[in-house]
Design a protein around this ligand. Structure first.
Ligand SMILES: Cc1ncc(COP(=O)(O)O)c(C=O)c1O
Length: 450
């Protein structure tokens, strides 16, 4: 897909509906391959948002027509999101995005631990102090999570509110292995949070198997049970995600990764009944008091429409992205030579997202940031968008997965989307070849046209 589609600066919404792209001022062809950072809005999503802006401007809590219209749109959207992730409408709580959803889960787990820990429970855990240390709720997560999980966990740890174990991803499989998570469980463990798919490598984590094992343990443990959370930001819209089948208590849903606007939702299996959910905000009672604040009807309408599209077309999206990503990988090997290419997203025995190719072009002077800054067409990143101020350092995610520093330093995260074509791939790979030739690298010579 050309980037005018994704990043048009002309400010004309109509220009994005796929018809009027040529209206944009910037005619330079750009190839956008950073769909793990964000996605453009689908035309139908823009339509739903625009209609809601015009027609459903009423306060959804008002009983007259514009209010009722807004409430109806929100209810419909909640149904569509629930159906996309295999939940019930009442399991979906709208929020600002993935960061808020992840924070809410962690804060809920800590507060629920204390709420359900009477004096009897604390003595069961070995008393208020154990080996001179206060008993704290214990959280298990991994060392390859997004910052909205990693930094939340670190802040709870640093503030003395929780003990945290960051289980290391396997350097063989790139996955967070079930046995390693189980080995970290303690009597005071209250939450396990492991992402569904990694945003840099695309590796799919064994969340379903983990949930089966932890649920079996929970059945034998005194309450409070260990709560199970997965951050589904990168998986939703790319592979089938069904919260009930996974067996999670919480699933983070992030709109701007599946062609929806920048809001999100949290799936909670029976919020407040089967699964605790304790609000961080207090206010006017919206979202059943779990997340008060007047609802953002137009963005919720867009999120619902995008969810509908995923439910209808996931197979087609997945098949297309997978074939384009495979073509990209073949072309990279054909142009640079197999020995010059290392795929940081290939791990033996691990499945990955259909759209994510994390690749290093091997050689001195070919650091990812340097290559990308020389590209004239390709728009991609070296890792998570939130680390874009640290591009000159190898990604800690890749290092954690066992990629050697000199290889990780050259990493390019190329993530394709629903409309990426083989022509886009050809142009992007040619752009990379031309850039590498001009880079000050001994590898360059062999790539110059003879
Ligand atoms: C895996 C993952 N989790 C959470 C987030 C954060 O979501 P948001 O940008 O909606 O706060 C992202 C976004 O990049 C992500 O990739």
């Amino acid at each position: 897909m050309m980037a005018e589609d994704a990043h048009c600066s002309c400010g004309d919404l109509a220009a994005h509906d796929g018809r009027a792209i040529s209206d944009c001022k910037d005619q330079d062809e750009r190839i956008y391959m950073d769909y793990n950072a964000t996605t453009p809005l689908e035309a139908e999503v823009i339509k739903a948002i625009t209609e809601a802006l015009r027609e459903a401007w009423g306060n959804p809590s008002s009983s007259y027509l514009p209010g009722r219209k807004a409430k109806q749109i929100i209810d419909q959207s909640r149904e569509s999101i629930a159906s996309m992730v295999g939940g019930r409408a009442e399991d979906i709580i709208f929020m600002s995005g993935g960061t808020e959803a992840n924070n809410l889960v962690f804060h809920t787990a800590i507060r629920h631990f204390w709420k359900s820990c009477g004096a009897a429970k604390i003595s069961e855990l070995g008393g208020e102090h154990h080996n001179g240390k206060a008993i704290l709720p214990h959280i298990i997560t991994s060392n390859v999570e997004h910052d909205s999980v990693k930094l939340t966990a670190e802040s709870l740890l640093n503030e003395g509110k929780a003990d945290v174990t960051f289980v290391g991803a396997s350097t063989v499989t790139g996955r967070v292995e079930v046995e390693d998570v189980l080995a970290a469980i303690r009597p005071n463990t209250c939450l396990i949070s492991v992402m569904l798919a990694n945003n840099e490598t695309g590796v799919l984590m064994p969340v379903k198997e983990l949930c089966v094992r932890v649920r079996a343990l929970n059945a034998q443990r005194p309450s409070p049970r260990i709560l199970l959370h997965t951050d589904g930001a990168q998986a939703i819209g790319k592979v089938q995600v069904n919260a009930q089948e996974l067996g999670v208590d919480y699933l983070t849903i992030v709109g701007h990764k599946f062609y929806a606007p920048r809001i999100g939702a949290l799936y909670v299996n029976g919020p407040g009944t089967l699964t605790p959910l304790l609000p961080m905000f207090f206010g006017g009672g919206q979202e059943r008091n779990f997340r008060p604040g007047t609802e953002n009807t137009p963005m919720i309408a867009g999120l619902g429409k995008a969810a509908e599209l995923v439910s209808l077309h996931l197979h087609e999206y997945e098949t297309h992205m997978d074939s384009i990503r495979q073509y990209l990988e073949q072309q990279l090997q054909a142009v640079f030579g197999k020995e010059k290419i290392h795929f940081n997203s290939h791990f033996p025995g691990s499945e990955t997202l259909p759209n994510t190719c994390n690749v290093s072009i091997l050689g001195a002077g070919l650091q990812g940031w340097k290559v990308l800054s020389g590209c004239r067409k390709l728009l991609a990143s070296v890792g998570a968008a939130c680390h874009s101020d640290r591009v000159d350092r190898p990604s800690h995610i890749l290092l954690s997965c066992g990629i050697p520093p000199e290889v990780a330093a050259n990493a390019l995260r190329l993530s394709v989307g629903r409309t990426t074509t083989k022509r886009d791939v050809d142009l992007a790979v040619e752009d990379l070849r031309e850039t590498v030739v001009t880079c000050d690298s001994p590898e360059a010579e062999s790539l110059s046209p003879q």
